[in-house]
Design a protein around this ligand. Structure first.
Ligand code: IPM
Ligand code: MG
Length: 356
């Protein structure tokens, strides 16, 4: 089995190094090949998603991705900015289903900014559509406003759209995930204002007929944002579009206290996937050896489970992570008084040790 390793920018290389250590401890034979992506791709080949990197990602069985982005690329034209690498990978590999679990580890209950009784035991899964919506809709750009009160002025515009197939396939992923959990699914839309999301709601309602054992409810995105901070445990699986999912998954991540703990998987129709931590490249702490590698290590577990058919190995990693937390090891982002503060590679080593 071949894994494409794309460390990227900022803390990407440091956290990926820990995940690779963990993979090498499992006693399995993986072929791993590394390639530059994001700002690193731009530095090496003048493009955030170099041809060779895309080719490697396409031919691999799974992609392990660190993070991309750095302020120093903010002045580049959009097509050359690091973020285009991840958008390009999602689109080129048809990774339409993004799974973002938000789990609050009992050991970290104090790390949340919300009251422990509101978040303790939190375990929700956001299923975000990843290759459609206003992110990829055409046309988009800046043009001269054709009509209305601002006619003749410059205006920026994007296109929100979803084809029926795109909604159906992500709805199936979400219903199937809900069926394996507590059989509750919330579809998040903005059907009260947007045509795209009235259509979304209608299609999700139709797909529901195939999953009578799952309870479906619909919620407007603004209310969903409010309920996520008011009573997050009411949710189990949430499904939504690309844009709303981007925003809600950051909010959900923060309920758990640290985005440094949260993995994610982006899957195509055949369970090939790209696995990355939910957090970004954190250029402010890059190279300091203090980044939390656990989200990346947990993403590796998701990779083993969903793309490489190695569920027992995934379990082993997840148990090892719980073990190091129980031992009281904490990177600065999840540190609390009384715990043992460790750096990135110490945390990686501790997980490796817990696996042996
Ligand atoms: C995410 C990120 C990306 C997104 C950016 C980096 C393009 O915020 O994965 O959530 O908006 O999807
Ligand atoms: Mg985001």
């Amino acid at each position: 089995m071949k894994i494409a390793i794309l460390p990227g920018d900022g803390i990407g290389p440091e956290i990926i190094e820990q995940a690779v250590k963990v993979l090498n401890t499992l006693g399995e034979k993986f072929e791993m090949e590394t390639a530059p992506v994001g700002g690193a791709g731009y530095e090496a080949y003048g493009h955030p998603l170099p041809e060779g990197t895309l080719k490697l990602a396409k031919e691999a069985d799974a992609v392990l991705f660190g993070a991309v982005g750095d302020w120093k690329y903010d002045q580049l034209v959009r097509d050359l900015r690091p973020e285009q690498a991840i958008l390009g990978l999602r689109k080129n590999l048809s990774l339409f289903a993004n799974l973002r679990p938000a789990i609050l580890y009992a050991e970290l209950a104090g790390a949340s900014t919300l009251k422990p009784e509101v978040v303790s035991g939190l375990d929700i899964l956001i299923v975000r559509e990843l290759t459609g919506d206003i992110y990829f809709g055409q046309p988009r750009g800046v043009r001269i406003c054709p009509d209305g009160p601002f006619k003749g002025e410059r205006e920026g515009f994007d296109t929100m759209r979803y084809a029926e197939t795109e909604i159906r396939r992500i709805a199936h992923v979400a219903f199937q995930a809900a069926r394996k959990r507590s059989k509750r699914l919330t579809s998040v839309d903005k059907a009260n204002v947007l045509e795209t999301f009235q259509f979304w709601k209608d299609i999700v309602t139709d797909v529901h007929k195939e999953y009578p054992e799952v309870t479906l409810d619909h919620m407007y995105v603004d209310n969903a944002a409010m309920q996520l901070v008011r009573a997050p445990k009411k949710f189990d699986v949430m499904v939504t579009g690309n844009m709303f999912g981007d925003i809600l998954s950051d909010a959900a991540a923060m309920l758990t206290g640290s985005i440094g703990m949260l993995p994610s998987a982006s899957l195509d129709a055949h369970n090939k996937g790209l696995y990355e931590p939910s957090h970004g490249s954190a250029p402010d702490i890059a190279g300091k050896g203090i980044a939390n590698p656990l989200a990346t290590i947990l993403s590796t577990a998701m990779m083993l489970r969903y793309s490489l058919n190695k569920a027992e190995q995934a379990d082993r990693i997840e148990i090892a992570v719980k073990k190091v937390l129980t031992q009281g090891l904490r990177t600065p982002d999840i540190y609390e008084a009384g715990a043992t503060k460790v750096g990135t590679s110490q945390m990686g080593d501790a997980v490796v040790k817990a696996l042996m």
